[in-house]
Design a protein. Structure first.
Length: 280
């Protein structure tokens, strides 16, 4: 059994979506200086489609607003814009404790595409985060793969054959504070969570971030076979910045995470080529 088959067997409960449209979910964390304002919002929160309000103990006089189910980008942005309009009229603030999490629904990805998604993100992580506020980069609640290589190795353990589901679930919850949180949301609900965006009440900033994640989805979906994965691996070795410019329509200017390739090579072993790329 190759590692693609092992990973497919690992996720038997991941129901495939019939639609090929990319869907997103959003979690918005906010606070109020006055607890009375927070209580007023709870009591008067309007019926915004697909948005629910929850408590969040990490905030001060705060609340979290969450997408109930993943929707296509246009619907999610319309829902969140209505939420932002309401919150901006309620003396709402965002502090260093607040963040905005975006979930990408990957239930219609095959294993090769998940491999590409993880690899492209981790390799170009600092370029991907270029539109995020600087203070959020390597915040302890959204650590990058660049500064936590052990977590990068853990993410690839899905691919390399560590298929003890209880072990993965336990580790996934323990190490969920990553810029790209993979294991826990993937096993629970078929999504990958991006935690780096700062607390935000500006729909344009959120739109720019989701657009960038959508480009990551679109380029990853092209690498849907073992042979195409091998080509991706070699492109990142030979022409990484050309690849990034073609995929994301902007120059790659940040440091690249070549450790990603070391991790891939560590479980491939010696003597691999296009024909036996997944036969380990």
């Amino acid at each position: 059994m190759n590692w693609i088959e092992r990973m497919d067997n690992l996720l038997p409960s991941r129901k495939r979506k019939k639609t090929q449209n990319t869907c997103f979910g959003v979690e918005v964390e906010v606070e109020w200086d006055n607890p009375d304002n927070r209580r007023w919002v709870i009591d008067n929160f309007p019926a915004i489609p697909n948005i629910t309000v929850t408590e969040d103990g990490s905030l001060r006089n705060g609340l979290e607003f969450v997408s109930s189910v993943p929707h296509v980008k246009s619907n999610v942005l319309r829902e969140v814009e209505e939420l932002y309009n309401f919150l901006n009229d309620c003396n709402t603030t965002v502090s260093h404790r607040c963040s905005t999490h975006v979930h990408v629904d990957v239930r219609n990805f095959n294993t090769a595409q998940l491999f590409a998604f993880q690899t492209i993100w981790s390799f170009f992580e600092y370029d991907m985060l270029s539109c995020i506020d600087k203070e959020r980069k390597n915040n302890k609640f959204c650590l990058t793969d660049y500064v936590t290589p052990y977590n990068l190795e853990f993410k690839y353990s899905l691919i390399s054959g560590r298929n003890d589901i209880s072990w993965l679930k336990e580790r996934g919850k323990r190490y969920r504070y990553q810029a790209m949180n993979v294991i826990d949301p993937l096993l629970r609900q078929g999504s990958i969570e991006f935690r780096s965006m700062q607390g935000n009440l500006d729909i344009e900033k959120l739109t720019n971030w989701i657009n960038k994640l959508e480009k990551l989805v679109n380029i990853s979906k092209l690498y849907d076979t073992p042979k195409s994965m091998y080509k991706l691996y070699n492109i990142l070795i030979s022409h990484p910045r050309m690849f990034y410019k073609a995929a994301f329509k902007q120059k790659s200017t940040e440091e690249l995470n070549y450790f990603v390739l070391d991790v891939i090579e560590s479980f491939l072993g010696e003597g691999y080529d296009e024909e036996n790329f997944v036969s380990i």
